[in-house]
Write a protein that binds this ligand. Structure first.
Ligand code: CA
Ligand code: CA
Length: 752
């Protein structure tokens, strides 16, 4: 995922190219470059994010000019230097949150030239009224969000003012705006000591935390902001905002991990990342990055986009809730990706542009087709179950939600990367020129700050995947900016020669190929644009024959390695021991029920859609929830087979949502004290469970194929992802995984 190695020796193409003067970058960015080489603002924005679990009353921002401020109660600057010391050697780019120095140079040049849409964006900034010099800060000692006496609007209005003054200074180069921005920063950093309220205090820390950090990150480039004042502001971020964000991500307010919707995690992830950069705290930055990749909560990449439909429409975690929170989350996750990008880490592209899949889905959910009919009624939706209940479709509540968050995302994918984002582009066009939304939920003004010159058309499609689904080949890919249609190519050897199997594909970028003889096929996609036919996309390989993926005969007589004889090199190990004993077919592995298990390689099930798993099992019996196998990466996403579930019964389950929304196959408890053959197959969405060669359960609603899980890091026989579950006691022999679904006859043959 990381597009560049971390640290100072990065090629900084974002900062060190074009007409950018190195002298303009300031000492931090300059050192990085030297080392590296390389319609007016929306008026119908949705209200602020809500109370959990019931939506809160919208917070109506006071009209300008604002009501009289509460009396400021200045306190002495915090003496908290211990928290601001960099703890590692990563050199952060400054300014390097939502905007770099190069970005400001672009804004300045475009506005000076009167170029559109930058000029409209500039006027939208001025039109909010928040960057005026006659505003004065209204700092609070205690900010309350949620419950009684909420006063948080007073803070987010001042943050919006500070940020917009900062941007206005950078673009106009009029120091009066810089001095005014500094006045706001200093007033708050010398006053604010506490953020409190009900659970919504975590939203305040997250949403306003990343915003305030962004304002300060811009102003650190102003020589007129004293170093001691920057330090005091950093201390405020570390001591008032960060602890709440950290507390939320680690404890989720004491609730089930799935209780809080995605935006709760996402705002706090953005805050921690932003505070990490502002305060040169690599540990904080890494905390946010790590959670985005492998965290359990709904802001982590895989949980925020829990299901990707063909053509890369990525169902959003809040899609069955309401659209205002969907677009809020898109804005927050986009901020995270943009800030990380400016530090050299590509989370926009993480997991094959998983975030873009979600952005396209949410954008489309809020748009109408050419006939004026809403798209959402005909969009795909996978039943989504968690602590909040069961979602069965896209919610029209809050439709359409029009927030000023889309320019950032559109300009990244389309104009920076050349990836088509048709629905995101439509939303950006609809909101353009972005104001600030007038609700404190986002910084906005992205038409001015994020617009980039268009990339030339003619680029290649990317991110092609080919999966065996129900015996057919299901292809999806990312389009190229400016392309009008796509061609699907197929070969029988890597690199071609290719035959064109489909052409003229537009709209949803997916194609299902079938009717070929079982074999191995290689696919690529090209784009048609006014520039002609593009180069080929990446090549995607798919084996349409049912074929061995892992074959563990367990015929070893010594050692702690079990050979995979499939030819795929997926050898297994016995980290805590185990015995080689007489089995059903030659030897078998015996596991002691104490700590023995078999470990298979990481990424074991990656890419598999149709699959089969089969084994001979001799279970000694007894305890529930022991595992024959359990493949996953912890308790967030996994697939397992247990001889006896809690209520009894042999059960196969695949789960993508922290234990909610199991998709299962169940039968009678596995007979103990004897060799029994068990097998599970999945073909399309139909799962089948076999015992001794006979089908004992089927389920035609199994949409959660293995490739939808995070890449597995814990792929085990005899051990559960849940540490409290007992280890397997008994013997396992002839363990097999296949790409593709074995037929009933083929399973029966294995069981004979
Ligand atoms: Ca042992
Ligand atoms: Ca054997």
């Amino acid at each position: 995922m990381t597009r560049q190695p971390k640290g100072i020796s990065l090629p900084r193409r974002t900062f060190c190219t074009g007409s950018l003067s190195l002298a303009a970058l300031g000492p931090f960015a300059l050192s990085a470059c030297n080392a590296g080489g390389d319609s007016s603002s929306p008026s119908n924005a949705t209200p602020a994010e809500s109370v959990q679990p019931a939506p809160p009353a919208a917070v109506a921002p006071p009209a300008q000019p604002t009501p009289a401020a509460e009396p400021a109660q200045p306190v002495p600057p915090a003496d908290s230097g211990q928290t601001t010391q960099p703890v590692s050697g990563r050199i952060f780019v400054h300014p390097g949150l939502l905007h770099t120095e190069a970005d400001f140079i672009r804004m300045r040049d475009k506005v000076k030239a009167g170029a559109q849409p930058w000029l409209d964006g500039w006027n939208a900034l001025l039109g909010t009224g928040r960057s005026h010099l006659n505003n004065s800060p209204r700092p609070l000692q205690t900010v309350i969000r949620g419950g009684t006496d909420s006063n948080f609007a007073q803070m987010y209005i001042d943050i919006a003012r500070t940020y917009q003054l900062a941007v206005r200074w950078k673009v106009s180069e009029d120091k009066a705006y810089a001095d005014k921005a500094v006045e706001f920063l200093n007033a708050w950093s010398s006053t604010l000591t506490t953020i409190t309220g009900n659970a919504d205090r975590f939203l305040a820390a997250g949403i306003y935390g990343f915003q305030f950090a962004n304002a300060a990150e811009i102003m650190r480039t102003y020589p007129g902001w004293a170093a001691a004042d920057l330090k005091r502001f950093q201390d405020m971020m570390l001591n008032v905002f960060y602890p709440l964000s950290h507390q939320f991500l680690t404890g989720h307010n004491g609730s089930d991990i799935t209780n809080y919707w995605a935006n709760w995690d996402q705002c706090n992830l953005a805050a921690i990342l932003a505070i990490g950069v502002l305060c040169d705290r690599e540990d904080l930055y890494n905390e946010a990055v790590s959670y985005y990749k492998t965290g359990r909560g709904n802001g982590a990449s895989s949980q925020a986009v829990p299901f990707i439909h063909p053509g890369y429409l990525g169902q959003w975690q809040e899609s069955s809730r309401d659209q205002g929170h969907c677009t809020l989350g898109i804005g927050l996750a986009g901020v995270f990706c943009e800030m990380a990008w400016n530090q050299g880490d590509d989370f926009y592209g993480y997991d094959n542009n998983r975030f873009l899949a979600g952005a396209e889905y949410v954008a489309k959910s809020n748009l109408n087709d050419a006939s004026g009919n809403p798209y959402y009624t005909s969009m795909p939706f996978d039943t989504y179950i968690n602590r909040q209940g069961t979602g069965t479709g896209i919610s029209p509540a809050g439709l359409p939600s029009i927030r000023p968050v889309w320019e950032m995302i559109y300009n990244h994918y389309v104009n920076r990367r050349g990836v088509a984002a048709p629905f995101t582009a439509q939303m950006a066009a609809r909101v353009r020129a972005e104001g600030d939304g007038n609700n404190g939920d986002q910084l906005g003004v992205g038409t001015l700050t994020f617009t980039r010159d268009a990339k030339a058309a003619g680029g290649a499609p990317s991110g092609l995947t080919a999966r065996l689904v129900g015996g057919k080949v299901e292809l999806s890919w990312w389009g190229a900016a400016g392309a009008t249609s796509y061609n699907v190519l197929r070969a029988t050897t890597p690199g071609g020669p290719y035959a064109t199997v489909a052409s003229g594909i537009s709209g949803l970028l997916t194609y299902t190929d079938s009717g070929m003889a079982p074999s191995t096929y290689y696919y690529a996609v090209t784009a048609q644009s006014p520039a002609g036919t593009s180069a080929k996309s990446n090549e995607a390989k798919v084996i349409t024959a049912v074929s061995p993926h892992v074959l563990l005969g367990f015929n070893e007589v010594q050692g702690t390695t079990a050979q995979d004889t499939s030819g795929n090199g997926r050898h297994a190990s016995l980290p805590n021991g185990g015995q080689w004993v007489v089995g059903k077919k030659g030897n078998a592995v015996a596991l002691d029920g104490v700590d023995d298990y078999v470990a298979l390689p990481v990424a074991l099930m990656d890419g598999l859609a149709d699959f089969s798993i089969a084994a001979w099992v001799f279970w000694d019996g007894g305890r529930t929830w022991t595992r024959i196998f359990d493949f996953g990466s912890g308790t967030t996403q996994y697939m397992f087979l247990t001889p006896q579930a809690g209520g009894g019964g042999l059960r196969f389950t695949i789960n993508l949502t922290n234990g909610w929304g199991d998709q299962s196959l169940s039968s009678a408890t596995l007979p103990a004290g004897q060799w029994v053959h068990v097998a599970v197959t999945l073909s399309g969405t139909t799962g089948t469970l076999y015992v001794n060669g006979s089908a004992v359960a089927t389920n035609s609603q199994m949409t959660h194929a293995p490739f939808r899980m995070r890449s597995g890091t814990q792929n085990w026989l005899g051990r559960s992802q849940y540490s409290a579950d007992p280890y397997f006691n008994g013997k396992i022999d002839d363990f097999r995984i296949y790409n593709g679904a074995l037929s009933a006859a083929e399973v029966a043959a294995l069981a004979s």
